[in-house]
Design a protein around this ligand. Structure first.
Ligand SMILES: Cc1ncc(COP(=O)(O)O)c(C=O)c1O
Length: 425
């Protein structure tokens, strides 16, 4: 028998070992993994082939096909995906590459590991403010900031939404600016029916817990050019030549070297394991279902809030770009101006009532001590919209199963408590 273990044999064990979230009644994500997802991982573990192998390749192929990109390379996190894409973009093996001292445009509302690879690779970051209603940069604001030194645009598609990426893509292409789309928060979202992450030179994704799909930890880089694909493959794994098209030739040129250990480039070790790839692959089959359920849950929450007698425009919700078909994993909420002084108290109240929340990315990144350490020349006050999002924004989870009435009532009740918090001040 090839594989005597069956999922049905394990269902009772899964039931016994599955941990309940005791801290939160409404966590960021509930029951992230199905028994089938975990069974796929168990089969990999039992096979003994834990390191990157066929399961990773299988997931990469399925991913690239679904999002209509020519190539996909899996890595061990979304941060690693950004690191790999950025360093591939300045590699001497690339024709159009950036060099130390060139400038990169990046939204001020960003994630640290979207930014740091740029800095680590010698780029000077120039921050751009975002639109407080869409949470994303306006294409015109990015385009206005392009100058002769701009060589990279690191665009972040925030929380399932996006900007007019087609305009940015056109300008970037004309000016030979390298476009990296950090799509870690927006897997499955499309702009004009084209998947986000597939416009630019590189698109990056995260499969961290609570994202659109999860493999525990994990990420992906996509690209359309074969030479970029070869760079990504080599740099992901030490810079060696294994699995590259040039392997046969290089063996001939270097007959004295062990063909398994020929190093043709600089590199990292950002490889995933076949365990995480098999979980990611299993989850990826349900991406469309997750997207659809999350959208419905979001609509239900907004509708119920607005229907309540206590609704008094306490919150504003994300404005979705017209051409975007969004893909959410979180539900961003902006507290109205009038209530903004209550944010801390509200989040504490939500936590006490069992509703988990998070800030929207890292807020205005220029406020962070790490930004001060690196002495970026721009002033945090130059990004008033990112500041609004930091001061008034947060997000709660959107689950992959239809929201229950109990949870819906909990959310409505907890969120609308904001008025009573004011009275207690
Ligand atoms: C925009 C963005 N980029 C990159 C990352 C990093 O992804 P990971 O946590 O998988 O390293 C995140 C994390 O949530 C993110 O929000």
């Amino acid at each position: 028998m090839n594989n005597p273990l069956k999922l049905s044999d394990l269902n009772s064990l899964f039931k016994k070992y599955r941990k309940k979230n005791l801290r939160f009644k409404y966590p960021l994500l509930e029951d992230a993994f199905s028994n089938k997802d975990l069974f796929e991982a168990i089969k990999v573990i039992m096979s003994g082939q834990l390191t990157m192998s066929k399961k990773t390749l299988e997931f990469e192929k399925k991913f690239a096909k679904k999002i209509k990109s020519n190539y996909a390379v899996m890595v061990n996190s979304g941060s690693s995906a950004n690191l790999l894409a950025t360093f591939a973009a300045c590699n001497p093996g690339r024709k159009n590459r950036f060099r130390k001292g060139d400038e990169a445009l990046i939204p001020a509302l960003c994630w640290p590991t979207s930014l740091w690879p740029l800095v680590q690779a010698g780029l000077k970051p120039k921050f751009v403010d975002v639109d407080p209603l869409t949470l994303n940069v306006r294409a015109t604001d990015i385009i206005k900031k392009i100058n002769k030194k701009t060589k990279v645009i690191l665009l972040i598609h925030v929380l399932g939404n996006s900007t007019e990426i087609d305009l940015i893509y056109k300008v970037a292409k004309k000016k030979k600016i390298i476009l990296i789309e950090d799509t870690c928060e927006s897997l499955g979202a499309t702009y004009n029916r084209k998947f986000l992450g597939t416009f630019g030179d590189f698109g990056t994704y995260s499969f961290y817990y609570s994202h659109q799909i999860s493999s525990g930890e994990g990420g992906m880089v996509v690209c359309n050019r074969f030479d970029d694909y070869q760079l990504l493959l080599s740099m992901r794994a030490h810079g060696w030549s294994r699995n590259l098209k040039l392997q046969k030739n290089i063996e001939k040129y270097y007959p004295k070297l062990d063909k398994r250990f020929i190093f043709v480039n600089s590199g990292f070790n950002l490889r995933p394991t076949d365990i995480t790839a098999s979980i990611g692959n299993s989850q990826f089959s349900r991406l469309d279902k997750f997207i659809s359920i999350r959208k419905k849950n979001r609509e239900k929450i907004i509708k119920s809030l607005k229907k309540s007698k206590k609704w008094n425009n306490q919150y504003e919700f994300l404005k979705i770009n017209k051409k975007v078909n969004p893909s959410f994993f979180g539900f961003p909420i902006i507290i109205s101006e009038k209530y903004k002084h209550l944010k801390k108290r509200l989040l504490l109240k939500l936590e006490n009532l069992g509703v988990e929340s998070r800030p929207i990315i890292s807020g205005n990144f220029l406020n962070q001590p790490a930004a001060k350490l690196y002495k970026f020349k721009q002033n945090p006050n130059s990004f008033p919209n990112s500041q609004i999002i930091e001061d008034r924004g947060f997000f709660i989870g959107l689950h992959t199963k239809p929201i229950t009435n109990v949870n819906l009532q909990l959310l409505i009740k907890s969120l609308l408590l904001i008025d009573s918090l004011d009275k207690k001040s």
